[in-house]
Design a protein around this ligand. Structure first.
Ligand code: UGA
Length: 409
């Protein structure tokens, strides 16, 4: 069976890598010539641990091409194109529409599987959009950046949404060797599972961020609270790490899109509204704490450790650090920044001095803010940090220093 992939972002490439690792012939297509040229030369357009190795080890080399037709003519076509936020918060489905139309034109009746995160109802709407010329299914992906390949190869579950029995059977067959629970349902339910999963995880993060604020004020230790809660397997320990809000290309966008869907059908999602509001406050919290501590930030020297939205990736989409940098530059602070993977920042941050080590970033700093919990930051303690900077203000929304103290004990 041949696998066609449309789109070479995280989802597209991790999907391609996982099928290639299972011995399928994979054709991966994208309209972006630069990305395809990079992939053809054996390089990835982003950092992702272990992905290049999987491509290099594939028994049938993955074909990377700008020829969408070649991918559309495969036995199954996985649509992995982006679904960014539109101005009103809804998901912009124009890339999905265009991929579906291309596929309908060159391979009528193809099995076209939505792996992109799409609002519930999209598979059915797309079927109408292409006048029934495709058999459209939903097979959402649950991989995380930073461990995308592992997640794609060893998923927690496989969700297959199909409105036709024949399509369901083909998808069950393509995953037959993956020994994990399978939820097979209709397309709209499968699409909802993905949105509900991301929204629940985002809510869990906002919940613990709210609790963290209260703990800080009353003198309780949120790390121990999270540990104590997480040992109850009805709650679970994961996604209870407080921080400067959830970021990245998924949670903020998907929460917005689900709220938009709820509003559009008269079912406001009040818990998500609260989670989203808490997240906006959490993202701003490091800045508020800096102002509380230093007053007017004009001319103050602020070091920022970590720019990526989380460790293990060079992705800065919706990264909480960028909001902080933007505000610091508006206030006229002198900003230094260190991140082990993020190479370049958008031009609006040209005034941020990039440093090649965490200690370099601290020279003459009045304050340090730790925005990403990179593993290497856990090697530092307060004494070492304070010795390298001028001031004494350390803002640590990821609780890196507290966590490293616990690790040392
Ligand atoms: C997320 C989901 O975890 C994946 O299951 C999903 O497939 C993916 O979105 C997607 O829809 O494509 P990802 O965006 O890679 O994956 O990142 P996460 O690891 O979920 O982290 C998201 C944000 O939450 C980060 O900013 C992270 O720092 C923050 N976070 C996470 C916390 O603040 N605390 C936690 O305990 C966990």
């Amino acid at each position: 069976m041949t696998i066609g992939i449309l789109g070479t972002g995280y989802v597209g490439l991790a999907t391609a890598a996982s099928f290639a690792a299972r011995g399928f012939a994979v054709v991966c297509a994208d309209v972006d010539e630069k990305k395809i040229a990079l992939l053809q030369s054996g390089k990835l357009p982003f950092f992702e641990e272990g992905m290049s190795e999987v491509f290099a080890a594939a028994s049938i080399p993955v074909v990377f091409t700008v020829d969408l037709t070649a991918a559309c003519q495969c036995d199954i076509v996985f649509c992995c194109v982006g679904t960014p936020s539109a101005a009103d918060g809804s998901a912009d489905l124009s890339f999905v529409q265009s991929a579906a139309q291309t596929c309908a034109d060159v391979a009528p009746n193809a099995i076209f599987v939505l792996k992109s995160t799409v609002p519930p109802g999209t598979a059915r709407a797309m079927t109408q959009y292409v006048n029934g010329k495709l058999r459209i299914a939903a097979n959402p992906e649950f991989l995380r950046e930073g461990c995308a390949v592992q997640d794609a190869l060893n998923p927690s579950r496989i969700v297959i949404g199909a409105d036709q029995e024949s399509v369901l059977l083909v998808l069950l067959d393509v995953y037959r060797e993956v020994n994990v629970p399978v939820v097979s349902t209709n397309t709209i339910t499968a699409e909802m599972i993905k949105y509900a999963s991301n929204s629940f995880l985002a809510t869990k993060i906002s919940f613990i961020n709210d609790i963290a604020n209260l703990c800080d004020v009353i003198g309780a230790d949120v790390q121990s609270v999270a540990k104590g809660m997480g040992l109850d397997d009805r709650i679970g320990a994961k996604f209870l790490q407080p921080g400067p809000g959830y970021g990245g290309s998924c949670f903020p966008k998907d929460v917005r899109a689900l709220m938009h869907l709820g509003e559009s059908v008269g079912v406001p999602l009040r818990i998500l509204e609260a989670a989203s509001a808490v997240n906006a406050d959490s993202q701003r919290m490091p800045y508020v704490k800096l102002v509380d501590s230093l007053g007017d930030l004009h001319g103050k020297r602020v070091a920022v450790w970590g720019l990526a939205f989380k460790p293990g990736t060079d992705d800065i989409r919706d990264a909480p650090a960028l909001g902080l940098l933007r505000q610091l530059l508006i206030d006229g602070s002198v900003v230094t920044a260190y991140d082990p993977l993020v190479v370049s920042l958008p031009t609006e941050f040209a005034a941020v001095a990039r440093c090649s080590t965490p200690i370099d970033a601290l020279q003459n700093a009045d304050a340090l803010v730790i925005m990403t919990d990179w593993k290497e930051f856990f090697a530092f303690d307060r004494v070492t940090i304070l010795a390298a900077m001028s001031g004494t203000c350390i803002i640590d929304p990821r609780y890196v220093l507290k966590r490293s103290e616990v690790m040392v004990q």
